[in-house]
Design a protein. Structure first.
Length: 462
């Protein structure tokens, strides 16, 4: 409404100062307003088109986000499945390792037993050597005895010895001696038979035991080889599963990074949609203001026409005087400039290409809290906080079809859709958002603000 009041006051001054030319001025002003209204209608149409494109981009991004989330879900299921297989495989490997350990213990025990049997065989061989020596000596003794018996008539000789006794006592003595000799022969025969039996049994026992144990050892060693082969297969399977897990985890990380990029893009689109919506609302406000101004000027034109008609019937001359005031402002000496300087300070960075990319405006450095003013009259199309711009204000100037941007503020004093006049206080200089030191980042855009556009502000500053 400040703009409307300003136009009304201007029209009143024109009626008193330039009565003869008011009809021409009013008609020209109305024509200009109609042109600006038409321009705003085109701008509104363009904004709606941009909003439609952004909505399509947003829907496409949301679709990609949905696909990304499905892929993430599928990959997570695969990872869980692989993880279960890995756990099962690791459990089987542990079981095989335990079985191999038990088998090694068995092999060790059987080896010890074989060693014991080998020692026992060695002992038995020594015993067998003794037995064989003893048996050989007995065999020689028995052969001698048999030979003597054969040479002396066998048992008849024993009877001759007995019956050749001289007395009963001598008979008893001879009978006892013969019995002793016969018992001795019998004992020798029995011991010989027993030793031979023991010898045969010992040989059979040791050989049989050794053969059995060696068979057991071969079987256990074969079992160990089988278990080790099974373990190698499981270790190879685990290696394959580890590779699959690593691939899936890499893929999941890539999908998560892609999801983050898509989310960030979606947020950027939503932010741009919000800016465009705010700008569209500002355009409507400006159109309403221009329509109102147009109506007022048309009404003033009608009143002036009526006044002229009444003046023709009067002969009394009239005279008018007028006065005005002007304020001095800092100047760059640019006579074609349309914007006032938004703040005081030194230019720390100009518009153009820099090492980190394109600088879309100029930076004016000064202490935090330095007053920031509107470069010209217009409508606030954004007053918010941005992660990059910090506290930021956009002002659309329909009279020039341009937008000015004031970024990194420490404070904002105007709100969305507020009408501001040239030089009006709108905030304070700061260091918010992606900023390095207190300064004002000032941009100029052709038409409405565009994220990827921006023109050099210097030619437009007075």
């Amino acid at each position: 409404m400040k703009k409307i009041a300003s136009v009304t006051l201007t029209a009143a001054l024109l009626l008193t100062v330039l009565p003869a030319q008011i009809s021409h001025v009013s008609a020209e002003t109305v024509s200009e307003l109609e042109k600006k209204i038409n321009d705003l209608e085109k701008e509104e149409s363009q904004l709606n088109s941009e909003k439609s494109k952004l909505e399509g981009s947003k829907q496409e991004t949301e679709s990609k986000l949905g696909e990304n989330e499905k892929k993430q879900g599928s990959v997570e299921q695969e990872i869980n499945s692989i993880d279960e297989k890995l756990s099962d495989t690791q459990s089987k490997i542990s079981t095989k390792e335990n079985e191999i350990s038990d088998t090694n213990s068995q092999i060790e025990k059987l080896g010890n037993k074989i060693n014991e049997l080998t020692d026992r065989i060695k002992e038995l061989k020594e015993e067998i050597t003794v037995l064989e020596d003893r048996i050989a000596k007995r065999d020689a003794l028995l052969k001698d005895r048999l030979r003597a018996i054969q040479q002396n008539g066998g048992e008849m000789k024993y009877l001759a010895v007995i019956f050749g006794s001289n007395s009963f006592g001598d008979f008893i003595t001879r009978t006892t001696a013969v019995n002793t000799i016969m018992d001795s022969d019998k004992t020798i025969m029995e011991e010989q038979a027993a030793d031979k039996k023991v010898l045969q049994a010992s040989k059979e026992e040791v050989e049989t035991s050794k053969v059995e144990v060696e068979k057991q050892k071969v079987a256990v060693e074969d079992k160990k080889k089988s278990l080790e082969n099974q373990k190698q297969d499981l270790v190879a399977l685990k290696g394959q599963l580890d590779n699959q897990m690593a691939q899936r985890e890499t893929l999941l990380a890539q999908l998560e990074e892609e999801h983050g990029d898509l989310e960030e893009h979606k947020m950027g689109v939503e932010e741009e949609q919000k800016v465009l919506s705010d700008q569209a609302a500002a355009v409507k406000v400006a159109m309403q203001q221009y329509e109102s101004q147009k109506g007022e000027l048309e009404q003033l034109a009608k009143e002036e026409a009526a006044r002229k008609k009444a003046a023709k019937s009067s002969s009394a001359p009239s005279s008018n005087t007028g006065s005005g005031t002007a304020s001095a402002t800092p100047s760059t000496g640019n006579s074609k400039g349309i914007f006032d300087w938004p703040t005081q300070g030194r230019i720390s960075s100009y518009y153009g290409i820099r090492s980190l990319g394109n600088h879309k405006g100029i930076d004016i450095a000064n202490s935090t809290g330095t007053e920031i003013n509107a470069a010209s009259s217009g409508t606030v199309t954004r007053s918010a906080y941005s992660s990059s711009y910090g506290n930021v204000i956009y002002i659309y100037h329909p009279q020039y079809n341009k937008t000015t941007v004031y970024a990194h503020l420490s404070a904002r004093s105007v709100n969305l859709n507020d009408s501001v006049s040239s030089g009006q206080h709108i905030g304070a200089m700061g260091n918010t958002g992606h900023s390095f030191g207190s300064h004002l980042h000032f941009e100029v855009h052709e038409g409405q603000w565009n994220q990827g556009a921006g023109i050099d502000p210097m030619p437009f500053l007075k």
